[in-house]
Design a protein around this ligand. Structure first.
Ligand code: PA5
Length: 424
């Protein structure tokens, strides 16, 4: 197994919930649970469209050749997975190759204006991503950026630089793409936004960032081993622990913690996955996140001594590729000679162990998910692990983990404010 699952804290009654977890797994695999029409992601790592996969690789190669910048236009599940993977697997500073920017994930004119200014003298491609093809934020950003592209390149060349990822038949974006002749990729009907990172939604931007998407799919396929009923299965254990911590031990907040700034956006992806899947019918653990050791100097106080209503799930990457050694210094003015000979990664490991003990003393139960390495294969593996465990946990809670009816409320209210036809 490439995920090593640990738990520290008050005893979890795993044996009491295993049967419930197995039943939930059956519902998922046999497609008999609520929302089963959106469980296409379960087999996706082995059943994906290979012809489209090759077109994604071709498009990524083209964009890398002719564009300084690819702007991904999308929101929620239509951008978080790609950004999570790209930030996890490419340098945070000094990126090489085509730079990936994000738009359509907010309504800030300042932020969009900054992009427009930044790309003035750059070669640009767009990837507009929307399953419904009608989401307001990306639709607005696309209208503005499409106009910019057509003014810069002319309609014909702009069309060659615009890639649309959307439903295979429906929606305004599909119609627009067909009319304008954009290259299109499909978001399968049976895969919802937050489970779509391993479709064209995530794969085109990720491949454009120079990441090996074939390895990512292989990693995800390897994680399908977690569809087995086994008390040691980490996907089942994770779902069972969350269930017991929430229902019996009364925890209300789960903080996803990681020890590497490359993983900040992975936490954002995870928050959407669990937030939109779990938060229904007046229940659900609140998915929060923290980046350690950074946030030990901000949220750390609250975690250690605030209200005891939370637990932590720590992602720790056991092996790192780049080792920085601390050297002995003659004068030891900074007092760090006691660390001489150690790597920074070893110091980070000790931080993880020290924080674990301190937070345990503070009454914070902790789950630890150890990942061997941070590379495309392991990230694909981790994506699948979280998706699967989320599906199992949702069915254990008796809800539909694949819809998001609550998201509509703000849209309706905003449309009334905007006086959208049909809403006032
Ligand atoms: O997970 C989801 O389904 C949502 O977060 C969607 O991804 C998000 O609302 C964007 O929707 P769309 O892709 O239709 O523009």
């Amino acid at each position: 197994m490439h995920i090593n699952f640990e738990y520290f804290g008050e005893r979890i009654q795993e044996e009491n919930y295993l049967l419930k977890a197995y039943e939930a797994l059956d519902l998922l695999l046999e497609k008999k649970g609520p929302g089963s029409e959106f469980t296409g992601w379960v087999d996706l790592p082995v059943c994906y469209d290979k012809e489209e996969f090759r077109r994604i690789e071709w498009a990524a190669k083209k964009i890398r050749k002719d564009s300084d910048v690819l702007i991904c236009i999308g929101i929620g599940g239509s951008y978080l997975g790609a950004r999570a993977a790209i930030e996890a697997l490419t340098p945070l500073v000094g990126k090489r190759g085509t730079e990936i920017l994000y738009a359509g994930n907010h309504l800030s004119s300042e932020a969009l204006e900054e992009i427009l200014e930044y790309i003035q003298d750059k070669e640009v491609s767009l990837n507009v991503i929307s399953k419904s093809g009608t989401t307001t934020e990306p639709a607005i950003a696309f209208r503005i950026l499409r106009t910019w592209m057509e003014e810069k390149y002319g309609k014909k060349e702009a069309a060659r630089r615009i890639f649309a990822t959307t439903d295979k038949q429906k929606g305004a974006l599909r119609t627009l793409a067909q009319t304008e002749g954009y290259e299109t990729f499909v978001i399968p009907d049976e895969v919802g936004g937050r489970y779509s990172v391993l479709t064209a939604v995530g794969l085109l931007p990720i491949a454009t960032a120079g990441i090996d998407i074939a390895a990512m799919m292989e990693g995800a396929a390897a994680a399908m081993v977690y569809t087995k009923k086994d008390p040691e299965n980490p996907a089942i254990r994770y779902a069972v622990h969350r269930y017991d911590l929430y229902h019996r031990l009364g925890k209300q907040i789960e903080i996803l913690v990681q020890y590497d700034p490359h993983l900040v956006m992975l936490s954002e992806w995870w928050k959407q996955l669990y937030g939109e899947s779990d938060g229904k019918e007046g229940q659900g653990l609140w998915p929060a996140s923290a980046s350690f050791t950074t946030d030990l100097h901000s949220l750390g106080q609250m975690i250690q001594e605030g209200e005891r209503n939370l637990f932590e799930t720590v992602i720790f990457v056991d092996h790192c590729k780049k080792h920085l050694y601390l050297k002995e210094e003659g004068e030891n003015l900074d007092g760090l000679n006691y660390l001489a000979g150690k790597t920074l990664h070893q110091v980070n490991e000790k931080a993880f162990l020290g924080v674990k003990k301190a937070h345990l003393q503070g009454g914070v139960p902790q789950l630890a998910i150890h990942l061997d390495y941070l590379d495309p294969w392991h990230l694909g593996y981790l994506f699948y692990f979280f998706e699967l465990s989320c599906g199992i946990g949702g069915y254990m809670n008796g809800i539909n983990p694949f819809d998001q009816p609550g998201v509509e409320a703000y849209k309706t209210s905003m449309f009334r404010e905007l006086k959208k036809p049909g809403y006032f």
